[in-house]
Ligand binder design. Structure first.
Ligand code: GDP
Ligand code: IMO
Ligand code: MG
Length: 432
């Protein structure tokens, strides 16, 4: 039975939560493998709306085991706030498993995230302010605190001490802040230890054994291809690998076990935070997409920057992730637009580029080359088969498929769980 990876194909908020939830009842495990509570995944079930930040969306499906993998950075306060909020709404999160190798977002990581952004001034990244960058920086610098460290107090104190030496110099001498004491950090982290203990395990072992038994595992990516620290629009990215490779390193499941890689892509483009976005619209169309698509951040509430579909980016995502399928979301948001432009290439200093330029300045100067497609006016939210879509909408989807490098297997026509047109089964074995 398959292991399936879901990743964002653009700059995030493509509808990964909805896609994960859609498949939830057919999978045994849903694994979050990267990022932390910078994510905001919305799932709409009937008249209930859930916004998940740190927990995998599989937590909403009874019988599906949610897993926080080793590649995640965990803010323990947020973890338990989110768990308690779900319990209050009748969801049972007691199956949750957390990797002992996942890193903790220590309280000082948040402080550093915010002061760094302030000091960057106009060069700021526009982070979510959740301490993500500093937590991953500590991991890579070998100064991180792992979930497993909480269970040996003397090791924990030693590690906090090690992590704070340089940070306190920085905080006091450069940023004019007060020094952070080892005791206060240790106390804050240890407060969660007893509640955390029954969830903590070797999640790589659990997942590989599940695959050995023939169970289905779904990997739910946070962020997206263009926010990936290696393959995104660096430095305007997050600090983890949000692409398909991250599912392996962030979970301890090898690449030979992955059957399908599904890219979630919106029928237009959005971005939150700073950094280049070639198809961004600063006109009435941009405002329309924002209003009709409710494009405001799930995590920070910031208005999302909106623009037309960018097929150069979709092709890039297809290549970098080795996509087997796309789920095209929010097609309904385009209803009522007379002609819909799609970016098919970039013009950079008079030269046409079919592929994403690797040079940061070139990408910042990319001017979209648009092709226009006929729009439709009919309400598409009730369509459940491809044939039920208006002909112009069908043509738009087929054109995107042709331009984007892999098949479009499902099409979102509304936020609800069932508001989707499925063309090919998303859970499939390799090569199917
Ligand atoms: P994620 O971060 O990729 O999980 O996406 P978000 O949840 O941050 O943002 C996607 C938003 O679009 C959510 O509010 C979803 O409920 C909504 N959504 C998902 N698919 C569709 C769709 O096909 N049509 C419409 N109108 N909304 C959708
Ligand atoms: P989901 O999973 C959209 C963006 C931030 C900022 C940059 C770095 O819901 O798609 P960070 O706090 O990670 O250091 O911020 O990345 N960003 C997201 N944008 N969706 C997300 O998650 C995001 N997570 C981070 O806005 O530009
Ligand atoms: Mg989101």
């Amino acid at each position: 039975m398959p292991a399936v990876v879901i990743v964002g194909a653009q700059w995030g908020d493509e509808g990964k939560g909805k896609a994960t939830d859609l498949l939830g009842s057919r999978v045994d495990y849903v694994v979050k493998f990267n990022g932390g509570n910078n994510a905001g995944h919305t799932v709409v079930i009937g008249d209930q709306k859930f916004a998940l930040h740190l927990l995998p969306s599989g937590i909403l499906t009874p019988g599906c085991t949610p897993v926080i993998g080793n590649g995640v950075v965990v803010d323990l306060a947020v973890l338990f706030q989110e768990i308690d909020a779900l319990i209050a709404r009748g969801v049972d999160p007691s199956d949750l498993l957390v990797s002992n190798a996942a890193h903790v977002i220590a309280p000082y990581a948040r402080t550093l995230d915010n002061v760094t952004e302030r000091f960057l001034g106009k060069r700021k990244i526009g982070t979510t302010g959740r301490g993500i960058g500093p937590a991953y920086a500590d991991k890579i610098n070998r100064l991180g605190i792992r979930i497993g460290d909480l269970f040996d107090e003397s090791v924990l104190r030693e590690k906090i001490e090690g992590a704070l030496v340089a940070k306190n110099h920085l905080l006091v001498k450069v940023y004019n802040r007060r020094a952070i004491r080892v005791d206060e950090v240790a106390e804050q982290l240890l407060a969660y230890r007893d509640r955390l203990a029954p969830m903590v395990t070797d999640t790589s072992l659990v997942l590989n054994e599940a695959l050995d038994r023939g169970e289905t595992v779904l990997f739910e990516g946070g962020q997206a291809t263009m926010l990936d620290v290696d393959h995104g629009t660096y430095p305007f990215v997050t600090s983890s690998n949000a692409t398909a490779g991250g599912a392996c390193t962030g979970s301890g499941v090898g690449p030979t076990r992955i059957d399908a890689v599904i890219g979630i892509v919106k029928a237009y483009t959005t971005r939150v935070g700073e950094g280049p976005m070639p198809t961004e619209l600063n006109d009435g169309f941009g405002e329309r997409l924002r209003a009709v698509g409710h494009e405001y951040g799930t995590t920070t509430g910031r208005p999302r920057r909106c623009g037309w579909y960018d097929a150069v980016i979709a092709r890039y995502a297809s290549r970098i992730n080795g996509l087997t399928d796309f789920v095209l979301t929010k097609l309904d948001v385009l209803t009522g637009i007379d002609t819909i432009p799609v970016c098919v290439a970039y013009d950079i200093d008079g030269v046409r580029h079919q592929d994403l330029p690797q040079d940061q300045a070139a990408f910042a100067n990319a001017v979209p080359v648009y092709e226009e497609f006929e729009g439709w006016t009919e309400d598409i939210s009730k369509a459940r088969t491809f044939e039920e879509l208006p002909t112009a909408a069908q043509r738009y989807v087929l054109a995107l498929e042709e331009l984007s490098g892999c098949r479009i297997s499902a099409i979102g026509v509304g936020p609800g769980r069932d508001e989707i047109v499925v063309r090919h089964d998303l859970i499939h074995a390799r090569g199917e």
